[in-house]
Structure formats: C-alpha cells, structure tokens
Design a protein around this ligand. Structure first.
Ligand code: AHR
Length: 500
C-alpha cells in the first residue's frame, strides 16, 4: 500500500470569488430533551448568568460566531402556542410532538435575548401545524410591528419596542405524515401563500422560508403559488437514521455518507431551476447533521398521559444521545464535507443550521457541571474563525477511498479568499482512515517550500471522541505541515485549514 496517496486541489481557471452567506454556519435550537431546559437555559444552575442562560454554554457558542439561530422547532413548532411563552404570566403547556410538559419559561423574548447575547439573527419557525393564520400573523406583529393585535399584546407586556426577528419560516416538515398539520402539496402551497401574505402585511421586511423537499412534484406547486413571497425554501436531512434505534455506523460508513451531501444540494437546486426562481429564492438547509436525533415512538400529535410508564420510558430513551463515544472524527469530517458542499454552492445555499446546536446530537454537550466541545464543534469553530469571506471556485482530483461496494473521493477541499483575492484560507479533508495524502495545491499564489503553518483537527484515531474525562482528546492543533513541491502532507482522518 502506498506510503501516501495523491490529490490535487486547484482553483478553476478564470474563477471569480463569490461571497458566501455567513448564515451557512447557523444553528438550530428546539424544545426537545435538554437542548433548551438544562442545556442553554437553566436559571437554577450555579453556572447561569443573571438572565438564566448557562454562561459557560454561551461562552463556547460565541466561538462558533453563529449568525442565525432557528427556534423553537422542528416538530415542536407545529404544536406550539406562542402566546403561552410571552408576558409575565407563563403557564405550562402540553408539548404534543414530544410527549412532555413545556414549562413556557423560555419563550420568544428569552430566545431573542439569547440571539442578542450571541450576536445571531433570530429565525422563528412559525406554527403552520395546529396554529391559525391569525396566530402566525400576530406572532410577527408581536415581534416586529408597531400596530396590530400582536403589537398591542407586546405593549401590554410592557415591551414598547419591537424584538426585531428578521427571518421566519412557514411550517417545519408539513410534507411528512409525522408532522402535526401534515398536508398534501396543493393544500400546502395555498396555505403558505395565505400565511405569507398575512405575515408580510405585518412586516414587509421579513425574509420568509417554507417547508419543502428536494422533490419537484411536492415543491413546484409551493413555488408556483407562493414563491413570490419566499426568500428561501427549507430542506432538512440527517444521514444516519437514529430516530427509532441508535445506529453504530463505522468511520468509513460515515465517510461514504459525507460525499453525498452535495447530491442533496444539487437536487434542491434543480427544484429552484425548474421553478425558474434560482437567484431569487435560495436554499435554507435549516436542519442538517450526520446523525438524526433519537426519539423512539415519537413525534406524536396528541397530548400524552405523562404517568404512562411507556411514555416515560420512551422520553427517557432520548438521553442515549448523550453517550460521548458516538461523536468521533466521523462527525467532524462529515460536517466539514457538508459545509464545503454548501460553500461550493454559495450562490444557492443561503443558510444552513446544524441541528441542534446544544445537546442531543449537536456539536456542544452541556452537562450539569460544564460543557464538552464535541469533534464537530471544532470544525464549526475553525470555519468561523479561519475561513475568508469569499469562496473561490476550485476542483479536487484525487483517488477514492473504498468501503464495500461504495467509494468516496479521498479528499474534499474548498478555497476561500479575502475581498481582494490575495489572502487565502484553504480547508482540506482527508477521509482516509490511516494514510496521509500528498495534496497538490494550485492556488494561484506563491506557496512556501518545506513547511507551512496549519491548523489540524485529527484526533489520535478516526474513532476518537471528547468526553468529561478527556474533553480535549480531539481539538485543533496549530502545527507545521510538510509542503514539498506545492504538495501538502495531509494527515489521515483529518481536517486541515491553512492560510496564506
Ligand atoms: O428529530 C428531530 C426532528 O427532525 C425535528 O423536530 C424535525 O424537524 C425533524 O424531523
């Protein structure tokens, strides 16, 4: 077996840089298990700030520079009565989707305050499940308007100033039978049009998205009926199906999946093309992650008997996602590959939200005494702090890594640049589990000979993970990598970012 494999990363001749949306590095927070309560918001914790937010969690999230956060769901949103979560008097309510009681102590104002603390744009997923069009309109009025019933309610809550929520979704996954308020595509298109008109009349400046799928049959009627009101269509995907039973895919299983992220984007772009809205309507990949969430027997669409032992068992089973050994370099290199695909299609991908941002299968684990930065956290932090704001079209030629009947390109890479195209930041993934790659770099700029400074995320093995006992087993290392004859020695199972 060769000592190293070859790859080439080269800028496309005549390529012009494209600015990408920083909202590609967005997050998603749902009222599910311990994402909100016991995750980001825990007033009883000694680690809480004066507003009840976990200060250590916020400190870690600030490293990700998230420019947009989507809330409150997800399936939760399709059964959420937003008025229960505003004002001085909050009553607990039933969370039909997830079979628990919603305390309602974290609501719209608390979410917007969280976003202000993190410097992120608030993005609210409106209830097109069992919510009425009037309730959807009034939520926008409550947040953004100076007139209307929603604005009046805000003022009665002694909040004279708007909360200013710029991005709104109509619905979550109303295309799916699992969703409260599931509808056929024709009915959905009509509802989105009606809701959009009402929400835009409350605030004509909001950016709207709506639940969609990369299937023309389902999404073309939506774009015909309501495309004129939409800035995005929302597409979700998780690649490892943990919903009912937690899977244990190998590192190479996950690497095979990591090369398919681009297929999802291309299928979705094809829908925009078919509707002739490309360039005006972009993609909001506002739920993505390698692993789906674990919630056996749910979501549901009715209030549960909270004393039912079976309901209690199923709800408790969600904690299996806390097992740190699941989150290895597979998650890191999948995340880097996915984000690279988004950057390569920056003209069409307007937003991407890792699902979720805290706990469950998210990049940050918040436990009672502190936080664990899982491997994918470091990818998001490296991209947020090291990449330049423009993506330069580039192509990779390389061998493949095989696994059974499947194969995936050995290397995935992107080139980013500053506005003048002078300062570059290159991100290269080596998917091979054990071999380094000599990656030739044709970047159109002088490269040093011998060694180059780089930031490397690799861990001591492809299955390395971070947990309470070893929170930094996998973390970015500033190092010098061999660069001989313009070929960079990229370590096995690693993400490398280098800057010129
Ligand atoms: O598994 C969590 C769920 O995944 C979200 O609530 C929903 O939007 C998606 O189906």
């Amino acid at each position: 077996m060769s000592a190293a494999q070859r790859a080439e990363l080269r800028i496309k001749p005549g390529a012009s840089p494209t600015v990408y949306s920083p909202m590609i590095f967005g997050g998603f927070l749902e009222h599910f298990d311990d994402q909100v309560y016991g995750g980001i918001y825990d007033p009883s914790s000694p680690l809480a700030d004066r507003d009840g937010f976990r200060a250590d969690v916020l400190e870690a999230l600030r490293e990700l520079k998230m420019s947009v956060i989507r809330w409150p769901g997800g399936c939760f949103a399709s059964g959420y009565y937003w008025k229960g979560g505003v004002g001085p008097d909050r009553e607990p309510a039933d969370d039909m989707a997830w079979g628990v009681v919603e305390p309602n102590t974290f609501g719209t104002a608390e979410f917007v305050k969280l976003c202000r603390k993190l410097g992120a744009r608030p993005y609210i997923c409106n209830n097109a499940g069992n919510g009425t069009i009037q309730e959807m309109r009034e939520w926008v009025e409550y947040c953004n308007s100076s007139r209307g019933a929603g604005a009046d309610l805000r003022r009665r809550h002694e909040r004279p100033e708007p909360l200013n929520v710029p991005i709104w979704s109509i619905g979550n996954e109303n295309w799916g039978a699992h969703e409260i308020g599931h509808r056929g595509h024709e009915e959905w298109a009509r509802l989105v049009g009606e809701a959009a008109r009402e929400m835009l009349s409350a605030d004509p400046d909001i950016l709207l998205t709506a639940a969609a799928v990369p299937d023309p049959e389902w999404s073309l009627p939506l774009l015909r009926e309501a495309g004129e009101y939409l800035s995005y269509i929302s597409i979700h995907k998780y690649w490892v199906p943990n919903w009912g039973e937690i899977q244990s895919p190998s590192y190479l299983d996950c690497m095979m999946e990591s090369a398919t992220a681009e297929e999802l984007i291309l299928q979705s772009i094809a829908v925009l093309d078919a509707a002739d809205v490309r360039g005006r309507v972009a993609l909001a990949l506002d739920e993505w992650n390698l692993r789906s969430w674990h919630h056996p027997g749910f979501p549901r669409k009715a209030v549960q008997d909270y004393d039912d032992p079976e309901v209690q068992r199923l709800v408790a089973a969600r904690r299996a996602s806390a097992d740190p050994t699941q989150y290895t370099m597979s998650d890191a290199l999948f995340s880097a590959s996915f984000l690279n695909a988004c950057l390569r299609h920056a003209e069409d991908v307007g937003m991407a939200n890792i699902a979720p941002m805290v706990n469950t299968v998210g990049p940050l684990r918040a436990h009672e005494k502190g936080v664990i930065r899982r491997t994918s956290f470091h990818v998001l932090a490296m991209y947020a702090s090291l990449l330049q704001p423009y993506v330069v079209p580039a192509e990779v030629s390389c061998e493949v890594v095989t696994h059974g009947a499947r194969s995936a390109p050995l290397v995935d890479g992107v080139v980013t640049a500053d506005e003048r195209g002078q300062r570059l930041a290159v991100a290269v993934v080596n998917r091979h589990p054990s071999l380094p790659v000599d990656c030739g770099l044709e970047l159109g700029v002088p490269m040093p000979e011998g060694h180059v400074d780089a930031v490397v995320l690799s861990g001591d093995s492809a299955d390395a993970c971070n947990d309470v006992g070893r929170p930094n087993r996998v973390r970015p290392e500033k190092t010098r990598l061999a660069l001989t004859e313009r070929a960079l020695k990229v370590p096995p199972h690693s993400l490398v970012v280098l800057r010129s």
